[in-house]
Design a binder for this molecule. Structure first.
Ligand SMILES: Nc1ncnc2c1ncn2[C@@H]1O[C@H](COP(=O)(O)OP(=O)(O)OP(=O)(O)O)[C@@H](O)[C@H]1O
Length: 250
């Protein structure tokens, strides 16, 4: 995915400008920066979730030869290829099985046996199968927060997306559940392209191959620095990045 000169605004207020970066296949890219500098807005443009707000977008987002901001886009198809996980786990108030069946049905998988095989596989992938295989018809809302978040990740993965966008996926979880979800994210590396927004700098360092640092200048979010995660944390090129990752600012 290639983002060039992206600008995002709401009404007449520009919240993000001049953002250019490449998102590499099979890698984890972490986006860090203080609250309000536009990280979530950036993430939401990548699968056009911004269509649901009054966001104004300019620039280019190139994905598989298509400019997502200019070319006609089938948003349902796009969101199958680019899934999203939110800060708070948001399972449907249905059974564990139905949470995974619904998206499969919505995307035309009619054969029940095929659906069941996919559901078992994805629950094994997210490490939930052992915990829930004997209660697939119980409510997803009865799961713990961490289990709910893994179910939501399973719900995105069951559609076999190419890219997974994660907006602070661990911040509403207790430390143990957060650790389990983080391990899962690490296991996705190489198989999926992941873009994760996190306020947890240690987590960004542990999981990401690439990292981008956002900051507000004159009330507009900018991408200050982007590169290999190791370089951004250990040898930042920009003084602001150095101050933020060292904890001196932010
Ligand atoms: N739908 C919207 N309508 C109007 N303004 C919005 C909308 N969504 C976000 N904003 C504004 O855009 C700016 C950037 O918000 P955004 O949530 O993208 O930042 P963030 O870096 O993800 O913050 P946080 O880390 O707190 O989640 C903020 O000033 C916010 O109030």
């Amino acid at each position: 995915m290639r983002v060039r000169d992206l600008e995002v605004g709401y009404g007449d207020k520009t919240v993000l400008s001049q953002v250019s970066l490449d998102i590499y296949k099979g890698c984890i890219t972490a986006l860090i920066g203080p609250s309000g500098c536009g990280k979530t807005s950036f993430l939401s443009t990548l699968n056009r979730l911004t269509d649901h707000s009054d966001a104004r977008l300019a620039g280019q987002i190139l994905f598989d030869g298509q400019d997502l901001l200019r070319d006609p886009v089938d948003t349902l198809g796009l969101r199958r290829r680019i899934g999203m996980i939110f800060q708070r786990p948001n399972p449907f108030p249905l059974s564990i099985r139905r949470n995974l069946e619904l998206p499969l049905k919505e995307h035309g998988i009619r054969d029940r046996q095929v659906r069941y095989r996919k559901i078992e596989k994805v629950l094994k992938d997210v490490g939930l199968w052992e915990e829930v295989s004997d209660r697939l018809d119980a409510s997803a809302l009865a799961l713990s927060g961490g289990q709910q978040q893994r179910l939501c990740i399973a719900r995105a993965l069951v559609l076999e997306p190419e890219v997974l966008l994660m907006d602070e996926p661990c911040s509403a979880l207790d430390p143990i559940s957060s650790g389990i979800v983080e391990e899962l994210i690490l296991r996705l590396r190489g198989r999926y392209t992941v873009v994760i927004v996190t306020h947890n700098l240690a987590q960004a360092r542990r999981v990401a191959n690439y990292a981008g640092f956002f900051w507000m200048t004159e009330r507009v979010g900018k991408l200050i620095e982007f590169g290999l995660c190791r370089h951004l944390f250990e040898a930042p090129r920009h003084a602001l990045t150095a101050a933020y990752v060292s904890g001196a600012r932010g």
